[in-house]
Design a protein around this ligand. Structure first.
Ligand code: ADP
Ligand code: ADP
Ligand code: ZN
Length: 218
């Protein structure tokens, strides 16, 4: 099964598409954002350390997220969707090393192209199910019954503390300064595929599927 990266700014739709790929193709979603939030909820030392950094919309240190991904890859398997990782060139290099050590290859990097204006709207309307992780949006993807998750029926619907305009500004700056250079990095490696992230969720899913069906190992 292919190993892929979903690359794009906060709100581009990485998590939404990753969940579909898990459902449709049995791939495994590795979201460093979700892992870091889980560490905060479970009150670990690392969770406490990163809480303020995440709330401010800054990137946590490379060693922390590389450590988290390294642990997952050491468990074996393949068919990973890297969602929100790598976010720096150092993380990209580390991922290459970790995959090589695990006897795995990176098959495709799918860049989700969106504009900043759309991101403000995406982030300010985002909420997720605290029980199953399904991602919703007030306008573009509401629950069919208000206040109840379509997938699992839970009423534990949450908004992220960092999904506010001030934090988004900071996160976008981090993205353009530190993460966007990965587009050139993976283009040079011949792994980059770009899709229109502004299209409807279904249409983005179709573009992603076309890339996967064309990419080596898919
Ligand atoms: P979004 O999907 O909105 O971009 P994420 O859930 O991926 O948000 O990330 C939330 C926060 O977690 C980031 O703003 C950052 O503080 C931290 N984070 C997640 N992944 C990484 C990473 N690979 N490197 C550094 N920080 C990360
Ligand atoms: P990311 O993981 O890249 O930060 P998400 O998948 O969490 O992005 O999506 C951000 C918000 O935008 C969510 O509220 C989601 O429901 C919504 N969304 C995702 N993809 C689309 C799309 N193609 N069109 C409209 N809204 C979308
Ligand atoms: Zn749910």
């Amino acid at each position: 099964m292919p190993n892929i990266i979903l690359l794009g700014p906060p709100g581009a739709g990485k998590g939404t598409q990753a969940r579909r790929l898990v459902e449709d193709r049995g791939l495994v979603q590795l979201s460093t954002g979700d892992m870091l939030r889980a560490a905060q909820t479970s009150g670990t030392e690392m969770g406490r350390k990163v809480a303020a950094v995440m709330a401010a919309g800054q990137l946590v240190t490379d060693d922390i997220v590389i450590g988290l991904i390294g642990e997952k890859l050491a468990e074996g398997g393949s068919g990973f969707i890297f969602d929100g990782f790598p976010r720096t060139l150092a993380q990209a290099d580390a991922l290459g090393d970790l995959l090589a050590r695990a006897g795995q290859t990176l098959d495709a990097v799918i860049e989700m192209q969106v504009d900043d204006e759309a991101l403000v709207d995406r982030i300010s309307g985002r909420f997720t199910c605290g029980n199953c992780g399904e991602v919703y949006h007030d306008r573009t993807r509401p629950t069919s019954t208000p206040g109840v998750c379509d997938v699992c029926g839970s009423s534990d619907l949450r908004r992220r503390a960092d999904d506010n305009a001030e934090s988004l500004r900071q996160r976008l700056m981090e993205y353009y300064k530190k993460t966007a250079p990965l587009i050139g990095y993976y283009h040079h490696a011949g792994k980059l595929f770009s899709v229109d992230g502004l299209a409807e969720i279904e249409d983005v899913a179709k573009s992603v599927a076309r890339v996967l069906d064309g990419a080596k190992g898919a």
